[in-house]
Write a protein that binds this ligand. Structure first.
Ligand code: FNR
Length: 389
């Protein structure tokens, strides 16, 4: 038999036994300014730290003598089978993490059987992303624009390309202040500060890959338009999103509408009353309002109030299968992951995203064996306890 040749990328991935391992290797794969953009949080990074601390506080409590050898991690998300209770979160500028960008993420999600929400600030178009993931559960994350015609064009393209759901993000009416991004002159195309030039000089492979693929821009907007060029312009986005906008969206879009960035019980009720089929408790991974509530800790308050009318997902800080079990135990239907898959992407492109998903699923399955829960629905409040520290 011929020896199997493994690329450097594959060898690196094989060494990663956790998302934390992927994170450590990922840091070395990209220029510092890209790393800071993905890894960092807003202002004093209190929300970022608290998100993680909250997951660490959850104790998982096995059922004595209840252990099961082969639990199933498959579940349903929006009424359709998902291979695991996981959704890949929308992330802007994904091609900075790896030149294969959103195509690689969509293809990995499709292969793994989980949904992927493409960002309005994607660097690959709605159409090209769908083409990279035939048969995938593609969702489109909508940043509502003041000019509703622009948003309607997004919906039309998503509809034409078979997208399953629209995810409306409501907590980004202005972009959070990430100090390190400011210092780095972070923008697309990158502003040439001393730090970005030095950072790119250390990553010639990354630079070559970016330069030899399509130009970096907001690819969900028409080429050459203000929208494609203007970075994360606050002026163009709707800055006062109201429940009526959810109702409007329900009228414009035949399929499910998911509302992301819900951070209180009152907003959860308003979103669901206005027609949301699902909500995501999220503080944007600690990238928007610093000191925002920790989404994981909102679950026990929100789920009893709206859980019978809408699915409730949670994100911000998920890094392991144990974290997923914790979120489900506290009432989530599923979790979204952002940075975890971007780290995989940085290390190994599509294979890296697959590696992230494999790790999360393996860990969740092992946790379920040891917890004594044969399926996702059987993980309940009795399996979790919030420790004081
Ligand atoms: C994001 N997030 C995000 N959310 C959104 O609705 N639209 C977007 O364009 C982006 N862009 C974005 C870029 C990057 C680099 C990150 C890390 C995050 C937020 C994202 O969808 C999700 O809420 C968080 O990433 C969840 O937290 P974790 O998993 O990163 O801890």
């Amino acid at each position: 038999a011929r020896p199997v040749q493994r690329t450097a990328e594959q060898r690196r991935l094989a060494r990663c036994l956790s998302v934390d391992d992927l994170e450590r290797l990922a840091r070395r794969r990209v220029p510092a300014a890209v790393w800071d953009y993905v890894h960092g949080g807003s202002d004093g990074e209190l929300a970022l730290a608290r998100n993680r601390a909250a997951f660490d506080r959850v104790e998982l409590r096995p059922t004595a003598f209840g252990q099961v050898p082969e639990p199933t991690v498959a579940t349903t998300i929006l009424g359709r089978t998902a291979a695991a209770p996981v959704i890949l979160a929308p992330t802007g500028y994904t091609r900075l993490s790896h030149h294969t960008g959103e195509r690689a993420v969509a293809a990995a999600a499709a292969a793994a059987g989980v949904p992927y929400a493409l960002s309005t600030y994607a660097t690959t178009s709605i159409t090209d992303t769908a083409r990279a993931a035939p048969g995938g559960r593609n969702w489109f994350q909508l940043y509502l624009m003041k000019d509703r015609a622009v948003s309607l064009a997004h919906l039309a393209e998503a509809r034409q390309r078979g997208y399953e759901a629209i995810m409306l993000t409501i907590n980004t009416t202005v972009t959070g202040m990430k100090r390190q991004d400011k210092r780095n002159g972070f923008a697309v195309p990158p502003q040439l500060t001393a730090r970005t030039v030095a950072g790119m000089g250390r990553h010639p492979g990354w630079v070559a890959n970016i330069l030899t693929t399509e130009p970096l821009r907001f690819a969900t907007f028409p080429e050459g338009s203000t929208y494609a060029r203007w970075g994360m312009s606050n002026q163009l986005r709707e800055q006062a999103i109201r429940p009526a906008d959810i109702t409007w969206l329900k009228q414009q879009w035949e399929g499910p509408v998911v509302v992301k960035g819900v951070q209180s019980v009152a907003d959860a009720v308003e979103a669901v009353d206005a027609g949301a089929d699902a909500i995501v408790l999220s503080n944007h991974g600690g990238r928007q309002l610093d000191r925002a509530p920790v989404p994981l800790e909102l679950l026990p308050d929100v789920v009893p109030v709206v859980g019978d009318r809408a699915e409730v997902y949670v994100d911000s800080g998920v890094r392991s299968g144990g974290d997923i079990a914790a979120a489900i135990g506290l009432g989530a239907r599923g979790v979204m992951v952002g940075r975890a898959y971007l780290y995989g992407l940085m290390v190994g492109g599509q294979r890296g995203v697959t590696a992230t998903l494999d790790l999360l699923v393996d860990e969740l399955r092992r946790a379920m064996c040891l917890l004594g829960t044969p399926d996702v629905d059987s993980i309940g409040p009795g399996h979790v306890r919030l420790r004081a520290s």
